[in-house]
Design a protein around this ligand. Structure first.
Ligand SMILES: Nc1ncnc2c1ncn2[C@@H]1O[C@H](COP(=O)(O)OP(=O)(O)OP(=O)(O)O)[C@@H](O)[C@H]1O
Length: 255
């Protein structure tokens, strides 16, 4: 599935600071897209804009030809962009399965909760949604934990709960904000493999991550932000060989 993401002259100003500054790019090829850059480069602001948490000061964003510029987060989620957060946002006391069912409830499949008691079709809907949620847990590798409280899982698996929940919204584009933060080396490798798997299922993955080696290893395209602007845009090899990127960000360790 193509996501046809178009970011045109996007600017977000906080007082005198341009968190993103006249930023334009287009992506239509799927895969994992890495978004890297030094602290304060504007990465999180861009994710916030794409998910509707922050409004553009000027500019335009569209997905598959639909204008997202002034939409609210729940509208953007319906139109195909879902996300995970830097600080894990799951409901620790709810079961893993219920965490994944939540966005479907929010989207209205169970609006008439009372009807569930009475109507056979409501029961069928609930069964179908539960089956679908189990399938999502299977896709992200945590099927065996469905009934456990999400908060009781190891941190790396909690990250997967959040990813499953983002996938439950049937996105064209999923935004991952520092998903490897706090993970062990082996958890990072495992989760990075999941990003590839998700992208091969036709969902574009936009990955913001400070672990540059992981980003370069998993991405087909890497965008480098600096001071809210696009410093470089290319394959991992192109970006890591770019003198401007080395000077501003990667440094000598990448020689
Ligand atoms: N709500 C806000 N109010 C004022 N300034 C902000 C706000 N959010 C971000 N900024 C500023 O915008 C710039 C970009 O911040 P942003 O958090 O998007 O960068 P980042 O690349 O995600 O950084 P990091 O890697 O440290 O998370 C920074 O100068 C930051 O201080």
């Amino acid at each position: 599935m193509n996501c046809a993401l178009e970011v045109s002259a996007a600017t977000v100003r906080y007082g005198g600071v341009a968190a993103i500054d006249d930023l334009s790019f287009h992506h239509d090829d799927g895969g994992v897209v890495g978004l890297i850059g030094p602290n304060g480069a504007g990465k999180t602001t861009l994710l916030n804009v794409l998910s509707g948490a922050v409004r553009l000061t000027t500019g335009r964003i569209s997905l598959r030809g639909r204008d997202l510029t002034s939409r609210k987060p729940h509208q953007i989620a319906r139109l195909g962009i879902t996300r995970t957060f830097q600080n894990l946002q799951i409901f620790g006391s709810l079961s893993v399965l219920d965490n994944v069912l939540l966005p479907r409830v929010a989207r209205g499949w169970a609006t008439a909760v009372g009807d569930m008691v009475l109507l056979p079709q409501a029961h069928r809907k609930v069964r179908a949604e539960r089956a679908r949620a189990h399938d999502l847990l299977d896709r992200v590798g945590i099927a065996g934990y469905a009934d456990q409280p999400a908060g009781s899982l190891p941190y790396g698996l909690q990250r997967r709960v959040e990813i499953a929940r983002a996938l439950a919204g049937d996105p064209a584009l999923i935004l991952l904000d520092e998903p490897l933060a706090g993970l062990s080396a082996s958890e990072s490798v495992d989760l990075t493999e999941l990003f590839t798997k998700v992208s091969t299922e036709g969902i574009t993955v936009l990955l913001v991550e400070h672990d540059v080696a992981s980003v370069l290893s998993v991405s087909k395209r890497v965008l480098v932000l600096d001071h809210g602007r696009l410093l470089a845009d290319g394959t991992p090899d192109e970006v890591s060989a770019d003198p401007a990127v080395r000077a501003a960000y990667l440094g000598e360790e990448w020689t």
